[in-house]
Design a protein around this ligand. Sequence first.
Ligand code: NAD
Ligand code: MG
Length: 397
Amino acid sequence: MVTMQKRHITVLGATGSIGLSTLDVVRRHPDRFSVYALTASTRAEDLAGLCREFRPKVAVLADSAAADVLRGLLSDLPEISVLGGAEALSTVASAPEADTVMASIVGAAGLPPTLAAVRSGKRVLLANKEALVMSGRLFMDAVAESGAELLPIDSEHNAMFQCMPADKVRDPEAAGITRILLTASGGPFREHSAESLANVTPDEACAHPNWSMGRKISVDSATLMNKGLELIEACWLFNTKPANIEVHVHPESIIHSMVEYVDGSVLAQLGSPDMRTPIANGLGWPERIDAGVKPLDLFSIARFNFEKPDLLRFPCLRLAAEAFEAGGTAPAVLNAANEVAVAAFLDGNLRFSDIPVIIERTLAATSVIPADSFETILAKDAEARRQAREQIGLLTV
Ligand code: NAD
Ligand code: MG
């Protein structure tokens, strides 16, 4: 019998929705996985609890003051080194002691450590779609140069990946692929009128009908920006264009996406809406491992529905497609403006229906330049954030 090689894992964003689901899969397979590092932003107590269970070699909090608190909480476990500060995220993401990195920080903050993991040639499980949206070509070039093994964790992209021949993921034409059918739940406001979208609350936006997720991605699902980011993500991962991808609103969230072939075959991946399935697929790849997910009961679901997305009520999907077509730094600006607008909405400082307004105005006010270095992209990200804040100020005075 061949002895299985144990994977040593770093989880970036361990206290989040994806981080906790990842650790739940890891917990089920102590023979396969050990945890090298766990990271989070500020939550010292949550991270301390995870450290007690998973006994990583290193724990990182991006917030240095919170890292001091964590050091105190773990003083009886001196074998765990506690680091503080954003740079330490990249240090553990590229450390030779780990071979696998779960990139599950939310937003642009995840780009530097995810890139560090890519550059050091690891298996990178990509949940942090914002990192790829911001830096598309440079990110994929870095994957090619380092030989990193990039596996999609976003449920739709993981579904597409499962429906493609593994050796032709970057060459859809050679694989005979004619179209990708990207499914969307439609979010909690799928049936809301345009007028009523002005008054929806953050809690309503975060009450997703099928998935339990972090607050930022929940709002993105409600505006359909999540689908826009995923459209761009699919273009980079599978080396294709928006014209070859069609969004299908499928409110049941059972089909996680489909791939159409030149002979008329359409392959779909189905499953309960539980992120542990794509996470287990990435962790175990190419083997299948138990994810703790309940089996699908198609008799109780009974029906699948499909509809076209309504770009008038949900303009974010259109804005994302346009930003991808504009190229260069436009997707980074789109992403930054969206992060600022969503944060303002969650803080009660912006109406839901003004999120696309802020993004559109920020895109119009920020020049597009070639995305020729990560420094350029981060500078545009900062410029777009300033611009988006200014636009929010203009709306609310
Ligand atoms: P979340 O808000 O639940 O968790 C985010 C994690 O990132 C936390 O551990 C937090 O401590 C950490 N973090 C936040 N800001 C940070 C910073 N500045 N520096 C360092 N760490 C920071 O988010 P989530 O729902 O788990 O989503 C994580 C990523 O996965 C997002 O990019 C999201 O789009 C993607 N994703 C999530 C789901 C889902 O079901 N939740 C599905 C597909 C893709
Ligand atoms: Mg998704």
